[in-house]
Design a protein around this ligand. Structure first.
Ligand code: ATP
Ligand code: MG
Length: 137
């Protein structure tokens, strides 16, 4: 079994879609083993998206991530990293497959409802930014 890190982003929490997103996650065979609703600080969002700091959309992305509360989660299951990427769908919802979270709920490439780690190494780093091991059950 494997763990990945997930964020239900502000566009989704604003529209009261936390439960609907969680239903897709659980129906896909992933278990939510830690979860909390937080309002990210600008410093937390900048650190989290550090890898994108040279991209033209970085400022817009940070503004968005601090614009409303998010739900941070740890998901567990077989091949959790790859499985969750599949369940989220393509970054741009216009290109996302039927039944994926982004196809169902995302509004645009920026406001795309969810984040999921892109590797096991990043999953560990990202989980460590928001959870202690004792909070993951
Ligand atoms: P995430 O890292 O959030 O799981 P991803 O891996 O599918 O998404 P990345 O390329 O890592 O996509 O981009 C990180 C996030 O930056 C995207 O989820 C999206 O919110 C935002 N983003 C990406 N491309 C654009 C863009 N062209 N314009 C605005 N925002 C963008
Ligand atoms: Mg990414």
């Amino acid at each position: 079994t494997e763990r990945t890190f997930s964020i239900i982003k502000p566009d989704a929490t604003r529209r009261n879609l936390t439960g609907k997103v969680n239903a897709v996650i659980e129906d896909a065979g992933l278990r939510i083993v830690a979860q909390k609703r937080i309002h990210m600080s600008r410093a937390q969002a900048e650190r989290f998206y550090e890898v994108h700091k040279e991209r033209p959309f970085f400022g817009e992305l940070v503004d968005f991530m601090v614009s409303a509360p998010v739900v941070v989660q740890v998901l567990e299951g077989p091949n959790a990293v790859a499985r969750y990427r599949e369940v989220m769908g393509a970054t741009n919802p216009a290109q996302a497959a039927e039944g994926t979270i982004r196809k169902l709920y995302a509004e645009s490439v920026g406001e795309n409802s969810v984040h999921g780690s892109d590797s096991q190494e990043n999953a560990k780093l990202e989980i460590g930014q928001f959870f202690s091991e004792a909070e993951i059950v």
